[in-house]
Ligand binder design. Sequence first.
Ligand code: KG4
Ligand code: ZN
Length: 364
Amino acid sequence: MNVLGIETSCDETAAAVVVEGRDVLSSVVSSQLDIHKDYGGIVPELAARAQLTAILPIVRQALAEASIGFREIDAFAVTYGPGLAGSLLVGVNVAKTLAYVRDLPLVPVNHLEAHLYANWLAGAAGEVDFPMVVLLVSGGHSELILMEGHGRYRHLGRTLDDAAGEAFDKAARLLGLGYPGGPLIQQAAEDGDVARFTLPRAWLEGSWDFSFSGLKTALLREVEPWRLPQEPVEMDPQFPFTPHRPPTFQDGFPVADLAAAFQEAVVDVLATKTIAVARETGARHIAVAGGVAANAALRERVSMTVESIAVGERPKVTVPDFTFCTDNAAMVAGAGYFLLRRGEQAGWELDVSSRAALTRREMS
Ligand code: KG4
Ligand code: ZN
């Protein structure tokens, strides 16, 4: 079965063709980085407008790169939430139209479930052994989920404040590194001395939740003495958005060491809690997913920490291919295939849900 996936939940416009939830024939992602970088974050109105102009050429490109005709598609899968309402509307309406024209199934995909199913793409997970613990870490979410089977989820923990990716993004802004923060912090940390600064970890003993706001404040405290005063920003009355001006620092600002200490603090908590919860639940498989799963230190740490578990009881660890960690439509098409197999399909009344949770099936 060939599924065409569409993803427009935030600032990426993506379309992909995936066969049987695993084989990726094409995956096209158009990023709006250039549009938002001057603001230090995503401006929702600009994101929605850019989705509108990008979507049809991206769908066409996905079909062309898959060397497949529109008539060879068997179903359309689209992210309906969570995300930015204006951006989501674009994808949902295009998918609805395509499915209507071809009289084919329209599959509504939750963005979090899509991230999770990125682990099936390109055979990354191989044979999956349930129950599986999923660490889902992106710009909007940090969740520990127990997946007991396809579509059977139990929530174990979530962030009480910032998501892990959001923490990376905010830290990068404090360090004057730019946006998106994750890859820039990872890059800066490569030259850093991880032991020079010790930043706090919120272990939240007795729960599987996360918290990153204290870490962000601690980083701010280290950065503050190095910051140079900023000139006031002059607003253009014709343009309603405040331009972002990166901070400037005194010579010798230890940006690499601070980036390394920050990354270490986040990775330490994520990896330690994931392995601990896998132990407690007797999980046979650990999967990491979401944009932060692209972080090399996190990937390495989860694989390393799992070695502390005795060989016979050690869960298998999988992480999607780098390109399928951050937002893409292959993961939407992949999840769409598994949803359709379970009979999940939307009617033409499908609407976006900017705060959709992974609650449809057994999530507490
Ligand atoms: O999954 P994603 O593309 O979008 C959301 O659903 O939010 O995740 C984006 C997030 C951003 O916060 C970005 O900084 C983070 O993933 N990210 C990373 C890395 N690459 C992307 N964080 C840490 N290390 C990376 N290499
Ligand atoms: Zn995402």
